[in-house]
Design a protein around this ligand. Structure first.
Ligand code: AHR
Length: 327
């Protein structure tokens, strides 16, 4: 069942949200829609990956297309800076705040202030602690658990005819971020149903190519036999490839490698035979966000959760998709 938020915007600008009521017909009761252009304060996590750059571009382009006045701030990976940006949006009395939280915890205070100021908050890409679910009206992004499920599923199929245990290592994103936690959770759940795959070690690569390389170096030092690598994004997977090659291994043959994102670089890695499976996590969510922003003020109803698209690429599908890949 889809969950909708009922947002009541009162004369004083205060709003309250009721979620999970199970009534799909519930919508918005708007009393104070802005008369001019809608202003949207958006705080981006950073510029840590090709995925993130494409996500920023998508949001900026869609804001322009929808004639939304976008106040954009890049937190460059700092939660402190992200909180400061949210406070500045509240001070500036923007109509809506959206942000992609760098980590899940630590948002209660600033989001309570946004609520008291009557400013609806939309999460993009990542989530915050479940206890604070009432502090935002909608979240738009990928189903990270399922991305982890798919990575494990395809690696499992790959080793179907192999005899004995398959040693898998995981390269993780930033600690306490939703994709790190949920991709790992999904990967573990599917691995637990496979009788050969076994996660023998994990290391953080912080989403970057360099971080992925450092993580792979440590993993190689600790583990003499690695059959497969699950890197939680393309950059880290491609960083791992450079280290494996330098160590005389043949990434794509052994170990087999699965990543998430499906940026141009990731698809190129598949075409070159260095990666084996890339689960798509679409960064193109600008239009979804802008239509939520418009609906908030023009009478539409807004789902509490809006999922973006996904697919799984292998070498053949990457060859077909790469020429027209926009990011
Ligand atoms: O939150 C999405 C993740 O953040 C992407 O998979 C990763 O590349 C990015 O940095």
């Amino acid at each position: 069942m889809r969950r909708r938020s009922l947002v009541l915007l009162g004369a004083a600008g205060l709003y309250s949200t009721l979620t999970g009521c199970g009534d799909d017909e519930e919508g918005f009761n708007l009393k104070n829609a802005p008369t001019g252009t809608i202003t949207l304060g958006f705080s981006q996590v950073g510029s840590e990956s090709g995925w993130r750059l494409a996500n920023t571009k998508s949001i900026q382009k869609s804001a322009e297309y929808h004639n939304i006045d976008l106040r954009f701030d890049n937190a460059e990976g700092s939660q402190e800076r992200q909180i400061a940006a949210l406070h500045s949006f509240i001070d500036a009395k923007v109509n809506v705040i959206a942000f992609s939280p760098v980590v899940e915890s630590g948002w209660t205070q600033v989001l309570t202030r946004a609520r008291e100021a009557g400013i609806p908050v939309v999460l993009t890409d990542r989530l915050i602690d479940a206890a604070d679910e009432d502090l935002y009206v909608s979240s738009i992004g990928a189903e990270f658990v399922s991305e982890g499920n798919l990575a494990a599923l395809y690696l499992g199929l790959d080793f179907q005819t192999t005899k004995g245990q398959v040693n898998v290592v995981e390269i993780l994103g930033t600690p306490d971020s939703t994709p790190t936690k949920q991709r790992s959770q999904g990967f573990a759940a599917t691995v637990s149903r496979d009788n050969k795959l076994r996660v023998i070690d994990k290391e953080t690569g912080n989403w970057s190519k360099e971080g992925g390389a450092t993580a792979m170096r440590k993993l190689l030092r600790r583990n003499p036999k690695i059959d497969a690598v699950f890197a939680q994004n393309d950059e880290m997977g491609l960083g791992a490839v450079t280290v494996l090659q330098a160590a005389g291994q043949e990434p794509g043959e052994k170990p087999r490698i699965a990543t998430v994102d499906a940026t141009k670089a990731g698809l190129q890695g598949l075409v070159d035979g260095k990666l084996n499976y890339v689960v798509e996590c679409s960064p193109i969510i600008g239009d979804l966000l802008m239509s939520v922003v418009v609906d908030l003020f023009h009478g539409g109803s807004v789902d509490k959760r809006i999922a973006s698209e996904k697919a799984v690429f292998n070498k053949e599908s990457a060859v077909a998709a790469l020429p027209s890949r926009p990011y």
